[in-house]
Design a protein around this ligand. Structure first.
Ligand SMILES: Cc1cc2nc3c(=O)[nH]c(=O)nc-3n(C[C@H](O)[C@H](O)[C@H](O)COP(=O)(O)O)c2cc1C
Length: 172
């Protein structure tokens, strides 16, 4: 089992999947539970996860997002923010910011849990929200923020370069 630092370092966007290898329900459940372990504003968990296993729907998600890897991966997880849930406690800041942050953190935890489970993942963000809402028959109040591909990798991606720490950090 990798420690935390190894897990983080081994997370790379996987864009090729073994499409014929299913994810065991226990493994999927474990990954989803880790999403719930993340922090959220007021502990409200203002997000909703739509797990898409159906091949036709994954194909449509791939078309809508322009990312073929969504069709190739056996599971897609559509991470939605629930702005009104956060707004009920935090008003406009909950609606415009906290719910998106809650959902994004959940997506990140899923990506890290996937590594620990021996799975790969990749984030697709280039979709039109209303089209996705209609395709998945999402309730109007949900805002899709990420579609995550999840599956066993068919490639070992090269690490991508990062900007330097001193470009991105200021000490006061
Ligand atoms: C908000 C967001 C949107 C992204 N959208 C896409 C996308 O539409 N297609 C894609 O292939 N990767 C997408 N990515 C993945 C990034 O391209 C990737 O994380 C980045 O290049 C760093 O590579 P790594 O994940 O392998 O470390 C997205 C990532 C984030 C956080």
């Amino acid at each position: 089992m990798w420690d935390f630092f190894q897990t983080v370092r081994h997370r790379h966007s996987v864009r090729r999947y073994q499409s014929d290898v299913a994810i065991e329900p226990e493994a999927l459940h474990g990954v989803l539970e880790m999403a719930l372990a993340g922090p959220s504003a007021g502990d409200l968990q203002a997000y909703h996860l739509v797990v898409v296993r159906d091949g036709d729907l994954r194909g449509r998600l791939a078309e809508h997002s322009g990312e073929g890897f969504l069709a190739e991966a056996p599971v897609n997880i559509v991470v939605c923010a629930d702005p009104e849930h956060s707004a009920a406690r935090f008003g406009e800041r909950g609606r415009a910011l906290f719910a998106l942050q809650d959902a994004t953190i959940a997506a990140t935890y899923i990506q890290l849990a996937a590594v620990a489970e021996g799975l790969g993942s990749a984030w697709a963000g280039g979709f039109e929200e209303d089209a996705l809402r209609e395709l998945l028959q999402l309730e109007d109040h949900l805002r899709p923020v990420a579609v995550l591909a999840l599956g066993y990798p068919a490639e070992i991606p090269e690490p991508t370069p990062r900007r330097k720490l001193n470009e991105l950090v200021t000490y006061r």
